[in-house]
Ligand binder design. Structure first.
Ligand SMILES: [Fe+2]
Length: 305
């Protein structure tokens, strides 16, 4: 029987446009909107329709306002150019389409320039509930509405500053092994902080505890679990705990941290940088995440002013 090739689409794990860019070594790409298949569009519609009522229950208020301000579409994959047109006047942030994993320094440095590396692919329909790697629903529906809020956007920029400080703090260390060891510890501490705040953070809200972390806000199942499950440990954010706590990625988070406000979160990033300067991040507890060679190299090769 004659097989008709399906439209290539932009499905995570099966997106020739993105894979070819990656093979050519191109990290920053465009969003080739015409390549989204009907299946991709339907996946977005399903993801949005399912999670919307849970956002009403569990998302923080600025996130919901951000969804409105961006006019995030319910019925189709968003065009990043449209998102940027609405986002940029609010906080200066822009989405920046990428072909895959962005090594740690480059990622944080993008944030410092108010650019958010954004995946353009859509998760496959049989993996609606969980995907370890980001897709456009995680990045645009989970992260970007938070970027409409000035204080939160400033937290991300400050985080980028921390990456620059990490380079400054370690480039003078002449013993190469000691330099790499310190840098790995600092990147681990920064990654854990990012994980337990920007990705999985909870905060106090007028209606009780709510979510601002994008890993929660883009997961239909985990969003409810994070707020409602009696099994989840929820504690006020303590910097000394967060930087020493292993971050596990392949199941619902058993431990989450609560901030008072985005001003509180901003103050904690400032403390993180202060602790880095004092050398407190040079010896954090071993454990996840593992810091890859490409993450380490991205810091070693960084050009900072
Ligand atoms: Fe994320």
């Amino acid at each position: 029987m004659l097989q008709v090739a399906a439209a290539p689409g932009l499905t995570t794990g099966s997106a020739p446009f993105v894979e070819e860019a990656r093979h050519r070594g191109e990290l920053y790409i465009t969003q080739p909107y015409e390549l989204y298949s009907e299946e991709n569009q339907e996946s977005w519609r399903r993801l949005y329709r399912r999670i919307r009522p849970r956002w009403e229950l569990y998302a923080n208020e600025p996130f919901l306002e951000g969804v409105e301000a961006l006019q995030l579409p319910a019925d189709r994959v968003p065009r990043l150019s449209e998102i940027n047109r609405r986002l940029e006047p609010l906080t200066g942030f822009q989405t920046k389409p990428v072909s895959g994993y962005v090594p740690a320094f480059l990622f944080f440095d993008c944030l410092r320039r108010r650019e958010f590396p954004t995946t353009v692919t859509v998760r496959p329909p049989d993996r609606m509930d969980y995907l370890p790697e980001p897709d456009i629903f995680h990045d645009v529906a989970g992260h970007v509405p938070m970027h409409t809020r000035r204080t939160f956007a400033d937290v991300l920029v400050r985080f980028g500053d921390c990456a620059h400080t990490a380079v400054e703090m370690t480039r003078e260390v002449t013993d190469v092994r000691e330099r790499d060891r310190r840098l790995i510890n600092i990147i681990k501490a920064m990654s854990r902080f990012f994980w337990f705040t920007v990705e999985f953070g909870l905060m106090k809200g007028p209606r009780g505890i709510c979510a601002y972390g994008s890993g929660l806000l883009s997961s239909f199942g985990e969003l409810e679990h994070a707020i409602e499950s009696p099994e989840v440990q929820r504690y006020p954010l303590q910097l000394e705990w967060v930087i020493n706590q292993g971050a596990e990625i392949d199941h619902y988070q058993p431990l989450l941290f609560i901030v008072e406000s985005f001003e509180h979160l901003f103050d904690q990033v400032a403390r993180l940088e202060k602790w880095m300067r004092e050398g407190k991040l040079n010896n954090v507890a071993p454990g996840l995440p593992e810091i890859s060679e490409s993450d380490l190299n991205s810091f070693l090769e960084a050009v900072v002013d």
